[in-house]
Design a protein around this ligand. Structure first.
Ligand SMILES: Nc1ncnc2c1ncn2[C@@H]1O[C@H](COP(=O)(O)OP(=O)(O)OP(=O)(O)O)[C@@H](O)[C@H]1O
Length: 676
């Protein structure tokens, strides 16, 4: 900084010196010009003086010369013509001389003027010189003063810079001392680092050998661990198989405890028109018990107890929550049948198919199955197929076939397994709900869409036919070699209203008769199953014959009874609920194959009445079915059939039901509160 100031000052001083030199050069030039002007003037003065002197001399000579002319004149006058001529010449000469004199005088005057002029110029120049000299003196004085102040400034700046440089130098010295000290302390650290570096270098040199050794050891350990893991895996696989069997058994028992035939009731909401008309709502609910429904009929309050009652505000999701365990059990190889039962307009199609923006059980079940089977991959490989069947006037139609009007038949498998099958029934393999739109031409996918989304009525008799969506889930476990096969039948039954009420005639009467026949056949089958009859009349209708697999043995059945809340529908609602309550008391037998044999073999055998065991967290409960009297079977008057139970405390319980599972087993809660 100071150095910069000093440099600036030095440049300033140099500039001022240059200016001073320039000023003195100019003064010198002016002096020279003045001298030249003075010399010029002196020369012209001299010249003029010489001319003047010459002129004066000439004048004085003229004056001193004798007056020859007058003499000549007189002589001429007196003496002769010659003289006269001489006089004339003299006069002429005189004239010339006079003229010369005038010229000389004029010249003299001019010279005198020039002299005056020169003198004036000279005095003017002198004055200018004096001014210049004054200015120069002033400039010189200023320059000297500036020089002086600059010199002082320079000295001061140099002094300051020196002082600052000294203090900086001192600080640098101090820093240097600190750095020296640091250096002294760093030296041991450097020695340590060097030592470490050497050590690391040695380690790096040894590393390949150590690595090789470690790899060999690790390999050995890995081999050992793999061996252990593999034996643990074997053990786990064994346990897994055992647990899977237990889980299946447990799930089966849990569902059986809930009842192999479960009955829900769903009350549809009043539509706007009904709400605005003078229709009355005849249905009420028990706020403390979601299994009870009250119906006000002819001034009396009827109570119906079912497994679950959904009020009008229940959502599709809430309904499906209760259904999903049944749906997933078909992945474990169970046959499941879900019916929607009720009079026309009571909401069967809404519950099963739903609406595009809020789908019902059909679509939700398929979605759940797809997600469940994908979670079980890669151990389990599942194949899901769908078929769609309509039963109208006791005729079976293949809705996915090329010709939907073609009638289908139900036949026994020729392999003697006792299985039933429908020759010519079209089945599509699907992997996602979206797949359905891709599998077949528009007509087929629209039929599937109708089943899944209830876009529009399938045909003009859709509410007078039974619509079945049959989903078959076949699984194979590649690690255990297990195979499963389960069937989920989702049935939207035809309207259950009585002929008298419908007032039908002709073809409508036939339709109503067919519906009534198949629905009462369904009731008979359920009654026979409930009563453990030796003969179950599956063949009395196409519907029960087709669903034989899913109604007998260890199959699971859910009946969703749809009820309209209107006073105008009260008698149909009472009928539907009575039917539901009868169905609810049915228990299915243990083996579907034995059941099939019972129905289809020429010598029908009695249904098994074996005891069934169920385990809670620490107890075994053995159920012994109670055989009921024929009169009881005929009237179906009892609400509940309570079998006998024996409870044994387990010494080493190996099956653990979660508390929620146990709580869910309603009968356990009601019958054995101490175990829950
Ligand atoms: N839970 C519900 N929430 C809202 N609307 C419903 C509900 N249940 C039924 N509905 C409506 O009530 C009307 C009749 O329902 P739906 O067609 O499902 O009856 P259905 O019993 O299948 O009749 P059908 O026997 O004629 O097929 C439909 O407009 C349906 O959208």
């Amino acid at each position: 900084m100071l150095e910069q100031q000093v440099q600036e000052r030095t440049v300033l001083v140099a500039q001022l010196q240059e200016q001073l030199e320039e000023a003195s050069r100019r003064r010198h030039e002016i002096q020279q010009q003045l001298e030249e002007a003075l010399q010029c003037r002196a020369e012209s003065d001299e010249r003029l003086t010489a001319q003047l002197r010459d002129a004066e001399e000439a004048l004085s000579r003229q004056a001193a010369a004798p007056p020859q002319v007058k003499y000549v004149t007189k002589t001429v006058e007196v003496e002769s013509a010659q003289c006269k001529q001489a006089l004339v010449d003299a006069q002429a000469r005189n004239q010339v001389l006079q003229e010369q004199l005038g010229v000389q005088r004029e010249l003299l005057r001019e010279l005198e003027q020039q002299l005056h002029e020169s003198q004036r110029t000279s005095s003017h120049l002198r004055q200018q010189i004096l001014v210049y000299e004054g200015e120069m003196e002033r400039a010189q004085g200023q320059l000297e003063a500036e020089l002086q102040s600059l010199e002082e400034e320079k000295n001061r700046v140099i002094e300051e810079a020196f002082i600052r440089a000294e203090s900086e130098m001192k600080a640098v010295h101090e820093n240097l001392a600190g750095v020296r000290m640091n250096l002294l302390t760093l030296q041991p650290a450097l020695r340590t680092l060097t030592c470490d570096y050497n050590c690391l270098k040695r380690q790096v040199q040894d590393f390949p050998y150590m690595l090789e050794k470690a790899i060999a050891e690790a390999k050995q350990e890995i081999c050992q661990v793999i061996g252990e893991v593999s034996s643990a895996n074997q053990e786990l696989l064994r346990k897994y198989k055992r647990e899977m069997n237990l889980r299946k058994k447990c799930h089966n028992e849990l569902v059986r405890l809930k009842g192999n035939i479960r009955v829900f009731c769903r009350v549809r909401p009043m539509c706007q028109e009904e709400a605005e008309s003078d229709s009355k709502n005849m249905v009420t609910f028990d706020p403390d018990d979601d299994a009870v429904l009250y119906l006000s009929n002819k001034g009396k309050l009827m109570t119906f107890e079912l497994d679950k009652v959904f009020p009008p505000q229940a959502t599709q999701e809430e309904v499906f929550q209760e259904v999903q365990s049944l749906v997933t059990s078909c992945i474990d190889g169970y046959n499941v049948c879900i019916f929607a039962y009720g009079q026309t307009g009571s909401g069967k199609t809404y519950t099963m198919e739903g609406i595009p923006e809020d789908p019902g059980i059909n679509q939700r079940a398929l979605r759940l199955l797809f997600s469940e089977v994908s979670e079980k991959k890669p151990d389990w490989d599942y194949n899901i197929t769908v078929s769609m069947v309509e039963i109208y006037n006791e005729t079976l139609r293949n809705l996915l076939g090329d010709n939907p009007s073609e009638k289908l038949d139900i036949k026994m498998c020729p392999d003697g397994s006792g299985q039933l099958y429908v020759p010519g029934l079209t089945e599509f393999t699907v992997e996602s709900v979206e797949d359905i739109n891709k599998v077949r031409p528009a007509i087929v996918s629209s039929v599937i869409c109708i089943f899944l989304f209830s876009c529009t009525n399938l045909n003009e008799h859709s509410s007078r036919s039974h619509a079945l969506l049959i989903i078959t889930v076949v699984g194979f476990n590649s690690s255990t070699g297990h195979r499963t096969s389960g069937k989920l039948n989702l049935v939207d039954l035809a309207g259950s209203e009585r002929i008298a009420k419908s007032g039908a005639e002709g073809s409508r009467l036939r339709e109503a008769q067919c519906i009534n026949k198949s629905l009462s056949a369904l009731g008979d089958v359920i009654n026979a199953l409930r009563s453990r009859h030796s003969h179950v009349p599956f063949r009395n209708s196409r519907l029960t014959y087709l669903l034989q697999d899913s109604l007998s043995g260890d199959s699971k059945t859910l009946m969703v009874v749809q009820v309209s809340p209107l006073d105008s529908n009260i008698s149909e609602s009472v009928c539907s609920l009575k039917f539901a309550q009868r169905v609810r008391t049915v228990e299915l037998g243990p083996s579907s194959s034995s059941r099939r044999h019972a129905e289809n073999s020429s010598t029908s055998s009695s249904p098994t009445h074996d005891s069934v065991e169920v385990h809670t967290h620490a107890h075994k409960i053995t159920e012994t079915p109670v055989k009921r009297s024929q009169s009881q079977l005929a009237t179906g008057e009892e609400k509940h059939i309570q079998p006998r139970y024996q409870i044994t405390k387990l010494s080493n319980p190996d099956l653990h039901l979660s508390p929620s599972d146990v709580q869910d087993a309603k009968f356990t809660r009601q019958t054995f509160p101490a175990l829950v």
